[in-house]
Ligand binder design. Structure first.
Ligand SMILES: *Cc1c(COP(=O)(O)O)cnc(C)c1O
Length: 390
């Protein structure tokens, strides 16, 4: 299916709503039926029609169809957050006594799910360095049910070979789940590479305007149907009509925004290259990236996030560098108009700061939709100041 068709036409039935070009927000909690028979059928299978907006809703349906098509998946569910999508991708496939293998350093709430929540129910997780497929192979046990991936990671952009891992997991009857938030389905299609379930935080690029929190879970008809019937309805964490509409609005400009971000990123990186205050620049589509060839093989693009490892060894100076930037806001998340910055040390207690660990000297940038020169000037000013103080 062509991208433009998905974004503009798929699932839009404009003759049903006055020819309106923008999709309708069906802001209702419940739906009326004509007969008790209809109601009985909906009770038996809530996915068969409109009963109650905790389950199915027409605005959400338009979004689901478009997001599934973008991911080349049979179906999808949309949640109130990426964290909820992570939770509902894992829970259905495990029971007491099972084992999960996760790539190391997954998104913080995935890690909390594995470390703090699942052990209460007898499910334990091993973490492996994802750069080597053998690490997963060696960690597989008889009770391993899920291989959990995040490619690229959203700090150091470490990636995993998705096709090879999907093959390995299939041969052992293990489910694969991949967090695709960094790329979005525009730049990477895990399901087409054999991954069972692809999730992403739609808060980032799909929403695109820093005004909605949402998450997407794509997979086969069978998996989505099962998750809908239990976890989705039970958690009651499905996206509601207005937020779904905000995501539909974001989708219209998604490729245009990502193009712009990609261009700006190239300009900014070229402007920073070889700056004396920078130890290393990390970006998956930069030729110096250690897994560059694998990135090029399985991703069709990379855009907004880039990390600098600074030479500066004093935590205070790294923090000041971030605080003194004038065009970047200090904030988590990414994907909106506004450029953002966050130092890794914000998550580290001062006593634990260790400048010999290069990850402690990382500063992550989201290069947003502003003019790239405007951002670059500010970054260079801050880096020059750092350099003079060495
Ligand atoms: C932001 C993020 C999430 C969580 O999404 P929310 O919408 O914030 O709940 C999950 N994974 C990655 C990689 C993220 O960056």
């Amino acid at each position: 299916m062509e991208l433009s068709y998905i974004l503009n036409h798929l699932a839009e039935e404009r003759d049903q709503y006055f020819g309106a070009i923008a999709p309708p927000i069906i802001q209702t909690s419940n739906f009326a039926v004509k007969t008790i028979d209809e109601l009985r059928n909906l009770f038996a299978d809530e996915s068969s029609g409109y009963l109650y907006s905790r389950g199915m809703n027409p605005t959400v349906d338009i979004l689901r169809k478009k997001l599934a098509a973008l991911d080349e998946a049979e179906d999808c569910l949309v949640f109130n957050s990426g964290a909820a999508a992570i939770f509902c991708s894992v829970i259905p496939f495990i029971q007491n006594g099972d084992h999960i293998i996760s790539v190391k350093n997954p998104y913080s709430w995935a890690q909390k799910c594995f470390d703090l929540f699942l052990p209460k129910f007898g499910v334990h997780t091993s973490y492996v360095d994802g750069k080597n497929v053998e690490n997963f192979q060696n960690a597989i046990r008889e009770n391993t049910k899920i291989i959990y991936l995040e490619s690229p990671n959203s700090w150091d952009y470490a990636i995993q070979d998705l096709s090879l891992l999907a093959q390995l997991a299939r041969s052992k009857n293990i489910m694969t789940i991949c967090d695709n938030s960094y790329c979005s389905p525009i730049y990477q299609k895990p399901i087409a590479m054999g991954i069972d379930i692809s999730i992403q935080s739609a808060t980032k690029y799909i929403g695109g305007h820093s005004d909605t929190v949402a998450g997407v879970l794509c997979g086969s008809h069978e998996h989505i149907r099962g998750i809908f019937q239990l976890e989705y309805l039970l958690a009651g964490n499905g996206i509601q009509a207005f937020n779904a509409w905000l995501l539909l609005r974001g989708l219209r400009t998604l490729p245009a925004r990502l193009d712009r971000l990609q261009n700006s990123m190239n300009k900014v990186m070229d402007g920073l290259r070889n700056h004396p205050a920078i130890d290393r620049m990390i970006f998956p589509f930069d030729a110096t990236f250690p897994q560059y060839s694998l990135a090029k093989k399985q991703m069709s693009g990379a855009c907004g996030l880039m990390t600098l490892v600074l030479k500066e060894r004093r935590q205070k100076k790294i923090e000041q560098f971030c605080e003194r930037l004038e065009t970047f806001l200090i904030a988590v998340s990414w994907g909106g108009h506004e450029s953002l910055v966050i130092p890794r040390c914000a998550g580290i207690q001062p006593d634990d700061f260790n400048p010999d660990d290069e990850s402690h000297r990382m500063v992550r940038f989201y290069i947003g939709l502003e003019e790239p020169d405007y951002l670059l000037k500010d970054m260079l000013r801050g880096l020059d100041q750092l350099d003079q103080r060495q």
